[in-house]
Design a protein around this ligand. Structure first.
Ligand SMILES: Cc1cc2nc3c(=O)[nH]c(=O)nc-3n(C[C@H](O)[C@H](O)[C@H](O)COP(=O)(O)OP(=O)(O)OC[C@H]3O[C@@H](n4cnc5c(N)ncnc54)[C@H](O)[C@@H]3O)c2cc1C
Length: 449
């Protein structure tokens, strides 16, 4: 590989990638636009905590940080549905197996662990406060917003959805991309803990208040509070301009949440709204000079809790291709994209589908009947069927395979619910056997209670 090796962006993808590259024997410089989050407070409003699942856990096992990650995660064993009105919240478990839980993790704390591990390799230098403006391939320099430059041989673009590395590859006509923006935005709020630091809702569940066109979700933080995210059409945001309107809206639509969050109107007025989009790119690399990874290549909407998991899985796939073709970087970059692109396209689609499931499906009797039947079938045919959510969250099968299998399973389940005389067990047994988990996947790697 050409030297010097540069990574732009020290998010989950960039920090993890620098560890893998160091492990391959490269000296790496990471350029990050923000200050060091280990010594600076990051502002509110950008997905403070995230759901970590098997595809993200495997690379963390691989690079040897999983024990440190275990100390900062909170397991969530299902969705706690807060239906309209006074109904008691109801838990819909994610699965029947002990390891079928997802884990709430602070973005900041996870990144700090990865940055520490990167520096501990002795091969990674991280330069904070360096915002890339463009990659100058002719002079082999990275150009930053303060006018400074840094030489590079190969650059890895892990600089997120608005990637400048991607723009530079596109300017060489090597990459084409589109972003489909959703007509819905999001805003983060905090549901405070009790005065003695305890959670005021069950911390071991992902809470959802589904309301049809909009919803709230909440994930617990170790400090006793919850990070709550409000997802809604832009028109709903536009209609909430005064504090009275905000208070009235939350007291009517989310009475339980509003009662626990007396300053909801202040928070709503103060915190920024974020946009949600799906980035589809073709041409993730330019010669042996530049390649994209993580959100820079495949940003998705957050409704399957998979963006970070997919980013980290992509890093591991890239590492595998680079190790398989030492000295043939261009080919490794291309084969990495060929393998990975169908999968990231598949999770992009499934993430969009899941928005409807979360904001309205989870309380729909038809959805509940299908999901219940899928879980029963999984019990009867554990080698042939796993519900889609579980294939995405708790397996390492390629996303495209999970999507294809889910379509076939959904057709069988719909046919059987429409015609009870169909022998559904026979149809399920005809599905090809489920693939084995990745050899590194250890269902006991993170605490599940
Ligand atoms: C509301 C919300 C909830 C989410 N929930 C989940 C979830 O539960 N589970 C999950 O798996 N995913 C979730 N995601 C997605 C997840 O946040 C991203 O997919 C993931 O962070 C991508 O990691 P990354 O390292 O590729 O990009 P990023 O985390 O965006 O990192 C990019 C890094 O590059 C830096 N950078 C950007 N531009 C430049 C530049 N020009 N020069 C230098 N540095 C630069 C940035 O400062 C940043 O540190 C969520 C996203 C949102 C918006």
């Amino acid at each position: 590989m050409r030297n010097p090796v540069a990574v732009v962006g020290a998010g989950q993808a960039g920090a993890l990638l620098s560890i893998y590259l160091a492990r391959q024997g490269h000296d790496v410089t990471v350029y990050e636009s923000q200050p060091d989050l280990r010594s600076t407070d990051i502002g509110a409003g950008r997905s403070i905590n995230l759901a970590l699942a098997t595809r993200g856990i495997v690379p963390l096992i691989d690079v040897g940080v999983i024990e440190r990650v275990d100390a900062i995660t909170i397991p969530m064993r299902g969705r706690m549905i807060h239906a309209d009105g006074d109904a008691t919240p109801e838990l819909q478990p994610y699965g029947s197996k002990t390891h079928e839980v997802i884990h709430s993790v602070s973005r900041r704390d996870l990144n700090a662990i990865l940055l520490d591990a990167a520096e501990a390799t002795g091969r990674v230098t991280i330069e904070f406060g360096r915002r890339l403006v463009q990659v100058d391939f002719d002079s082999s320099n990275l150009v930053f917003d303060d006018g400074s430059t840094a030489p590079f041989g190969v650059v890895f673009g892990a600089d997120g959805a608005g990637s400048r590395v991607r723009a530079s590859i596109a300017s060489q006509k090597a990459c084409r991309f589109t972003t489909d923006w959703l007509d819905h935005d999001y805003k983060e709020l905090t549901l405070p803990g009790s005065s003695d630091g305890r959670h005021r809702l069950d911390p071991n569940a992902l809470h959802i208040w589904p309301r049809g066109e909009f919803m709230l979700i909440a994930l617990a933080n170790p400090e006793g509070d919850f990070t709550v995210t409000f997802f809604a059409p832009k028109s709903t945001f536009d209609a909430l301009s005064s504090r009275d309107e905000i208070n009235a809206f939350f007291s009517t639509e989310f009475a339980g949440f509003a009662a626990l969050t007396p300053d909801v109107a202040e928070q709503f007025a103060d915190n920024p709204a974020g946009r949600l989009g799906t980035l589809r790119a073709t041409g993730w690399s330019f010669q042996d000079r530049a390649v994209l990874v993580g959100d820079a290549a495949h940003a998705i909407v957050p409704f399957h809790g998979q963006g970070m998991n997919a980013a980290m899985e992509s890093v591991r796939v890239l590492d595998r291709h680079l190790r398989a073709s030492p000295g043939e970087t261009t080919g490794a970059f291309r084969s990495y994209e060929s393998e990975r692109k169908p999968d990231t396209d598949a999770i992009a689609d499934m993430a969009l589908d899941n928005y409807i499931e979360m904001r309205s499906g989870v309380t729909d009797p038809d959805y509940i009947a299908k999901r219940t039947l899928a879980l029963e079938l999984e019990q009867r045919h554990p080698e042939h069927l796993s519900p889609r959510y579980n294939m995405v969250m708790f397996s390492t099968m390629p996303y495209s395979e999970a999507k294809g299998r889910a379509t076939a399973q959904a057709a069988i389940i719909a046919a059987s619910l429409g015609n009870p005389r169909i022998d559904i067990d026979e149809l399920v047994e005809e599905l090809p056997p489920l693939p084995e988990l990745d050899e590194l996947a250890d269902p006991t790697a993170l605490s599940t209670s």
